[in-house]
Design a protein around this ligand. Sequence first.
Ligand SMILES: Nc1ccn([C@@H]2O[C@H](COP(=O)(O)OP(=O)(O)OP(=O)(O)O)[C@@H](O)[C@H]2O)c(=O)n1
Ligand SMILES: C[C@](O)(CO)[C@H](O)COP(=O)(O)O
Length: 230
Amino acid sequence: MSVAAIVPAAGRGERLGLGLPKALAVVGGLSLVARAVDGLVAGGVDTVVVVAPPGGEDAMRRALGDRDVTVVAGADDRVGSVSAGLDALPADADVVLVHDAARCLCPPEVVRAVVGAVRAGHRAVIPATPVADTLKRTGPAGQILATVDRSDLAAVQTPQGFEPATLRAAHGRARARRDAGEPVAATDDAGLAEDLGVTVVTVPGDPRAFKVTTPLDLAMAEALVTAGPA
Ligand SMILES: Nc1ccn([C@@H]2O[C@H](COP(=O)(O)OP(=O)(O)OP(=O)(O)O)[C@@H](O)[C@H]2O)c(=O)n1
Ligand SMILES: C[C@](O)(CO)[C@H](O)COP(=O)(O)O
């Protein structure tokens, strides 16, 4: 039995605007991808596969220093990148996590909670937090069409955890649909599992598992690292 993790880190980081892949951005002297890997290992992950932008594998290895990880080339979108990581997983894993490099400050307790829930028999597990803002549906001119009831909505994070055959089947179906020219709309791996009819369950997420997307997020990550453990 072992826990394996795929870390999709092949995004361009356009919204961050540093002119380099986001996973290579540095917070407190360490790259986002190195921090993400360290958090997974602290949470009990045995094997990590990092997915780099195609052609950017060497830069990714340098950003990871002496960490014992496998680096593979990713794809144009996140689903394709995770799929590439799946092909490099060890056969003996009983839990597979998918964790965004961009969620570099996710606490190890969240990792442990996700792994524990998969080992308790759930095929797909995601960390979720309540939605804080009021949500509105908007029209083409930006006008408000409706207020959305947020009482049963959740914002979901990573790591998302899966029984390995479930994640493979979910990505297999996504690949088949793409090959048939059908769009794959899911923005996370749990969405692909939902498409298979799998019940996805939640564990409590954590605000520190926020996704570094914009310069403000990077500044927030820097401030949190400087402040030390909360
Ligand atoms: N083709 C892609 C796109 C995204 N990701 C990864 O998926 C995670 C979430 O993606 P996002 O935050 O949207 O990152 P970017 O795609 O880099 O952001 P942007 O849209 O601003 O370019 C990130 O860790 C990112 O590296 C990936 O591995 N392969
Ligand atoms: C997987 C994810 O982080 C869950 O919230 C999110 O869907 C990634 O979205 P992105 O558009 O690829 O940043």
